[in-house]
Unconditional design. Structure first.
Length: 53
């Protein structure tokens, strides 16, 4: 969406420092909501476990 540049910047700045993929994703979405006037919460995160081949 319109906040993608902010989200990508947050991902780039935080890569390797977040405890999990979920934490990294939340950080990015919250950055987009903070700096993009067209993005807003609440944010709901779902985790999908992949089936091993």
């Amino acid at each position: 969406g319109s906040g993608r540049s902010f989200a990508l910047g947050a991902l780039h700045a935080s890569w390797g420092r977040a405890k999990s993929a979920r934490d990294l994703a939340l950080l990015a979405v919250h950055a987009a909501c903070e700096f993009d006037k067209n993005s807003a919460g609440p944010v709901e995160v779902f985790t999908v476990k992949l089936k091993k081949p």
